[in-house]
Ligand binder design. Sequence first.
Ligand code: 4HU
Length: 463
Amino acid sequence: AAAGRRSAAVVQTAGGTKESGVKEAPLDLNPPRGTRDFFPDDMRLRNWLFDKWRRASELYGFEEFDAPVLESEDLYIRKAGEEVVGQLYCFADKGGRRVALRPELTPSLARMVLAKRGQLNMPIKWFAIPQCWRYERMTRGRRREHYQWNCDIWGVGEVTAEMELLSCIVRFFESVGIGSDDVGIKVNNRELLREVLHKNGVPDDRFAAVCVLIDKLEKVPLDHLRDDFRALGVEGSQLDSIAASVRADQTVDDVAQLVGEDSQAVKHLRDVFDMADAYGIADWLVFDPSVVRGLAYYTGVVFEGFDRAGELRAICGGGRYDTLLEMFGGEPIPAVGFGFGDAVVVELLKTKGLLPDFADTSVADAVVWPLAGGDETSTVQQAAGRVATRLRQSGLKTDVILENKKSKWVFKHAARVNAGVLVVIGADEVAGNEVTAKRLCDKEQQRVTLDGTHLEDLAAEWA
Ligand SMILES: OCc1cccc(Br)n1
């Protein structure tokens, strides 16, 4: 098709292809707006991050799962005014079905649990690293996709589930060199807000939508949201009292005075902080009654990782969502989980000088170089294929020089892929059923017979 753009455009039609002679616009070489290409250097960092996420998950006994990136739009139709729903990347497919690129993973997980209800060993401790999507007007220049590490525990109503998740997050941070002086985790309990709403006469069916608005208070002044609160029937002194209850500068004792020490919400919060020491995460946790997170379905403890320098957006977040299955017509199962995006944490690692250095990545242990170009090209290239196959079967990452290259190029390439040994095969070597192995760190070399496993042994030693 690119060739077609240079001469005459070749277009695919129902009856095949035809020359149209019409010059098409040059192909846009950028990825679609808001998306990223991952060239090998980018992929090395992504794989490194995902590996750290996977190791933390497996350390805590989570099992990996996944679901389609494309889901029925119905999974995300919620009326609480959430940003993630307002930015749904949705469309009608060729069958006229309303579908959406998943903006988050939890609804897919809920669908899977409901589908297998009664057949799953509970509790579920599952993790995934899905690519998630949103369709945001690019005026804000933000991404439309990110990879988000998710860990979820289903079937446990106890605070122990929250502790598993919070400490799993901390272990990840520690595994990449981030400490509790760099990052904290704000912890709150939406049940507090529910109790405050009850005290202020706000009907329970307004709870989710009020939480979504309260979440916006972090970025938007209360006066800018009064109309939205009024639309929910929350206004005047009632609103001021609710806004006062979520002020960040309060302790658990302060809110206990507000809602009563016998409050379940206060008890659950105290349990989290009381257990934090046992999990080695007390230094990381900060009570913050202003944190409610932006998802409508959270019902209990919520939490949010933040950089203590206050320069970045939330690093991760999550919470308890005990009634989500009711949204899908099922009997509720207690659940708690978090999402951890791949963007902010990389910014944090950059500012802390903690990004890994991949310069020494071993792309190949050995490079096999057939001295092609003469009458013997085919012979030496076949010999190279046999030698490379033997080395690969012995477990050595092996690259082959695929065309006639000058020595300077070959040595530069071998250095770029950080190979330890160069195996040279010319007509002489073929005739003697040998190869010449060169150790690249000091240029020591040996003629090695291809009989037996001498080559594999030496290459493994020199790789
Ligand atoms: O954090 C909300 C979100 C959802 C999907 C994609 C991106 Br980028 N961000």
